[in-house]
Design a protein around this ligand. Structure first.
Ligand code: HEC
Ligand code: HEC
Ligand code: HEC
Length: 240
């Protein structure tokens, strides 16, 4: 199911709705940082050994401490960098980070199938996408999933991911900045409700700072390992 066609997601973005297959894949989330940083100070009868273990961990890509750890001494850099598309290429869902509207009137995507529509809703439990399919005059089927990860800074467009346990999937509705509308996710067939596209590590390699894959299956992750956005450490290496 993952896509052999290489740069297709970029061209798919050039022509949203243009029906090309996307390389399936995926992303992110991350909060563990404080905990990780704290663990370093753990007592150890042999401090030198503990230091070298820490270095090895860093070399293995695990001792990520997060941009906040850089702020105290590089305040300017952190503040300005956080406004860039790199820093925001993936993020936690918020009213700000999700560019699409949840206001009534602007929160529905109708499809080629007159019996199927999608609705985007916000509540105190988060942001949700519901597919509603009328199957007869009296029956309807619906499925609701939460926006768990936002991919795309919003310069051009965004797509959204949800967790099913520790597996990451793409939501069927994305957002395109020009003309500013909810759209079928790139490569999805208009008039269908597909919640089964797994997000494999490739997306995360470019759109997130770090993560631990537990594949197979290809979209199984250690949830708490996901660090969203391109952080200082993606280029400068793990701060730990
Ligand atoms: C406790 C203060 C402090 C913290 C926290 C800190 N730095 Fe620094 N950093 C410095 C100082 C001091 C320098 C040296 C500046 C100089 O040489 O003029 C520096 C230099 C650097 C340099 C340039 C190194 C070079 O060779 O020129 C980079 C890159 C850097 N820091 C990245 C980071 C990143 C990324 C983080 C967060 C993970 C971070 N720093 C956290 C104090 C800090
Ligand atoms: C090889 C690196 C790479 C991979 C793999 C990759 N992307 Fe991208 N993606 C990019 C770059 C670079 C851009 C910005 C392109 C541009 O704006 O011209 C981008 C743009 C995007 C955007 C629009 C961003 C915006 O700010 O408007 C979205 C959404 C996106 N990618 C999602 C994905 C998803 C989902 C996957 C996995 C199926 C994926 N990408 C795989 C590098 C990658
Ligand atoms: C996309 C990759 C990338 C990211 C992300 C990034 N940097 Fe850098 N940074 C660089 C490169 C490359 C240089 C060296 C620039 C040069 O050629 O002098 C650099 C230089 C620096 C320097 C030394 C600057 C100087 O004037 O000597 C510091 C300090 C630094 N970065 C801190 C940070 C901090 C803090 C963050 C996060 C807020 C960050 N960087 C994010 C790539 C990056």
């Amino acid at each position: 199911m993952h896509a052999a066609d290489e740069p297709s997601h970029l061209s798919a973005y050039e022509a949203p709705g243009g029906g090309r297959a996307w390389p399936v894949v995926g992303i992110v989330m991350a909060l563990l940082l404080a905990g990780r940083a704290g663990a370093r100070g753990a007592p150890n009868s042999s401090p030198e050994v503990s230091i070298s273990l820490q270095e090895r961990k860093a070399a293995g890509g695990r001792a990520y401490v997060g941009d906040e750890a850089c702020r105290a001494c590089h305040e300017d850099r952190v503040r300005t960098y956080h406004q860039t598309a790199h820093a925001n290429t993936s993020s936690v869902p918020t009213r700000d980070s999700i560019k699409g509207s949840f206001s009534s009137g602007a929160n529905v995507l109708r499809t080629a199938n007159p019996d199927l529509y999608f609705k985007m809703e916000a509540s105190d439990k988060g942001f949700f996408q519901t597919a509603r399919l009328r199957t007869s005059a009296t029956l309807a089927y619906s499925r609701t999933e939460r926006f768990d990860v936002v991919v795309g800074s919003g310069r051009k467009g965004q797509t959204y991911l949800f967790w099913d346990d520790d597996q990451l999937f793409q939501l069927p509705v994305s957002y395109w900045m020009d003309p500013g509308e909810w759209v079928n996710s790139p490569g999805y067939i208009d008039g269908t409700a597909n919640f089964d596209r797994p997000i494999a590590a490739r997306c995360l390699e470019c759109h997130a700072s770090s993560f631990e894959s537990r594949a197979p299956p290809e979209n199984l992750y250690n949830k708490t390992s996901l660090v969203l956005g391109i952080s200082c450490e993606k280029c400068h290496g793990p701060g730990g």
